[in-house]
Design a protein around this ligand. Sequence first.
Ligand code: MG
Length: 244
Amino acid sequence: MKKLFNVIVLLAGGALFLNAQQKNPESTELWEPVPPIVTPGEGTQAPSDAIILFDGKNLDQWQTDKGAPAAWTVAEGALTVKPGTGTIQTKLPFGDCQLHIEFREPTVITGDGQMRGNSGIFLQGLYEVQVLDCYNNVTYSNGQTGSLYKQHIPLVNACKKPGDWQTYEIIYTAPRFSEKGRVMIPAYVTVIHNGVLVQNHIALLGTTEYIGLPKYKSHDLKLPIVLQDHGNLVSFRNIWIREL
Ligand code: MG
């Protein structure tokens, strides 16, 4: 009998203790870890923890796919495709990241559809966020500005007119592969174009292929970012990245 009494007292005490805990606001506060301090940039400045990939002065952070100096044109704070010289890529490899990049479409219009102001930002050199002049220019929807090329149509067309600087904020999570090379977690991409959400945490189906279907092939967790030479005089500026 005494035993039972003790058990009841113990249970009641425990319930009272739990009840007090649930009513205590401090019980749901987490004080660790403390997020590191990042100083946001003023205007178009990069935040304090960003790696600057292009600040308008030189191509020190870039090279060709053969490791030679990048041959694109740097003038008046901008980097412009030099048609025929090929893609350029970052010397550093990147995986999960927040990428800020600004681009400008040429005011001299020389083509239609995919031939107008085409370039691209290849995350890990494999997954293209399309750069195209889609201001009064019709092309296939899954190949227009802000598309994840031939995989995901952008939610809206937020293009500015040729000659205006435009921004991309890209949030990227690299795919994860098993030891046997099977994709375990796909790549995820969010794209904000000129402040407008155009891709909302989209799972990629694989590499962004020009011909054929996307497919995954196992690769490193970090690979260079590639900018496309599609023969058009597209310019870039203010490129920075935060590794996540
Ligand atoms: Mg392209």
